[in-house]
Structures are given as C-alpha cells and as structure tokens.
Design a protein. Sequence first.
Length: 329
Amino acid sequence: MGDASQRRTSRASSGGPVSELGEFGVIDRIVAGRPQPDGTLLGPGDDAAVVAAPDGRVVATVDTLVQGVHFRLDWSAPEQVGRKAVAANLADVAAMGAVPTGLLLSLACPASTSTDVVEGLAAGIWDAASEVGVGVVGGDTVSADQIVVTITALGDLEGREPVRRSGAKVGHVVAVCGVLGWSAAGMEVLRRGFRSPLAMVAAHRTPRPPIAAGPIAARAGASAMIDTSDGLLADLAHVAEASRVRIDIRSELVPVADKLRDVASALGGDALRWALTGGEDHSLVACFPDEDAVPEGWTVFADCRLGIGVTVDADRWGGAGDPGWRHWR
C-alpha cells in the first residue's frame, strides 16, 4: 500500500492527474482513513482481505460499469457513479436473500484522470457501502483508455438457503419492491437535455435498491427472486425459464407511479413500457406461494401459470422494441 511518506505526498497533490499519484497513491486516496465494520477481519494492505462468513457460505457477485456504456460524466457526478456501481451489486446480493458483508473494487482509468474524479468515485462507493454496514475490503487499480469501475460484493445467508431463480411454482404470485421504469425515464430526460424532474434523474444517476427487502422476502418464504437490472420483462424471463413456468403480468396491477406517467406525457413516452422494459432500477421482484406470504412494502402484479415465458395480460409482449437491455445487441 506504500509507506507513510508516499501517502503524505499523495495527499498533497489533490486535483492533478492520477499519473502524479501513481498506483499506491490512488489506492491511498480510496481506502485511507475509511473505517471498516467488525465483519472485516483483515482489510486493505495485504495480498487479500479476510471477511467473516458466519453462515459458512459466501454469496459473491460482480458487476462492471464502463464509461460511455453505463455512465457519462456529463450526466452524472463521480460520486453518483460510485453509488450506482455499489447499488447494482448490492441488489444482486439482496436478490439471493443475503445480507451484504463486503465489497472489492477494481478501478481502471486513463493516466490523465483527475484525482478529484477518483476521490468522488471513492466517496460515492464508501457512502453507499456504509449505509448497509459494509466496507471496501480490497481491490485493484490499473490503467485503461476509459474509466471502468468493477465491484465485487460478498454476502451472508444467515443460515437460510439462497433464493434462486428456479423455485417458482404454478400458482405462486409475483410481487415487486421498489420503483419500475424510473431509471429509464431519467435517462430519457437527460438524453433530451433536461435535468428535471429530479426524482427520475436521480433514479437513473443513483438507483436506490431496497436491499433490506431481500432478506425479509427470504424469511417470508420467497420461492424465487431477481433484481430489475435489465428490465422487468427481461429479468422475469430468466425466472420463468429457470422455474419452467409462465409468468403472466396483469398490466393494471403494475405499479406505474403518477410521476412516471407525468414524465411520459411530457416527453411523448409510454410509462407502462418504461416500467416493463426499463432497466437499472435494481428493484427486487420475487415469487411467493400466495398473497398472504407477501411482506409489507411489496406489490403483487403477476402470477405463475402453466407454460414457459412471460406474458402481459395473457399475450406475448407487443410493445415497440426489444424487452430489456442486452450487451452486443
């Protein structure tokens, strides 16, 4: 991690390019002085970290944000990008019914990247991590032609079985916790050159997944769960395929917020389409044996039937465009 004199020198060079700090100076900016929770038994400074695993099993997931693909610095501040990177990973941990225990960060960027950008990314990452009681326990820094932020998140099942995508059964109900279509609406607002309404723009810049709702759903008996990273239809298709069921969405039950309808009306968009196909909300969608098992704060909008796939009002989705995000499309 570098010696103390190197760290003092690196702190004195704020605002310059990362090339002036070097690898260890950048690492220092990211981790120095940040408190670690009790579950971090050994944090940054050695070849690897040591994180407590009370359950004896570790939930692990990784997600990457690439500049120009997942974020633009003319649309989002570095702090917001850092938060977004953490949100995408914590939602995956929550979707397994687990509680987060630690994060690993890999940061790639050009040598000309301002240290202010790095510090902003780090601040956003640490703020989002601290809100759920975890720390950044280690990682890596490398040079690249553009900024790439990769987060690995670890989680603990607390003695429960993981909630997989394959557990839904015919007759089970499907519910969502969190917003639908807000990030897509926010991206459209930004694409049009606007910066409001703030709620939609914020949902795109810094999604706020209901992390605590994942373990709660698991305790309530959720049979399958996923987060809405690529869009409701696209992500439910994974559940339907893995569970060998047909998930039928009732469009009148999909929680389309009035604010979303207002934005769609102003921009000539389709609020229901955003809710069904817009990604990066990272809300949680879960299947439950019946409505009585659905926890407070969840909204039932679909059920599981015979067949395979996803339908809307018993028909295949007929909306314009492909239902959800896919890379290399």
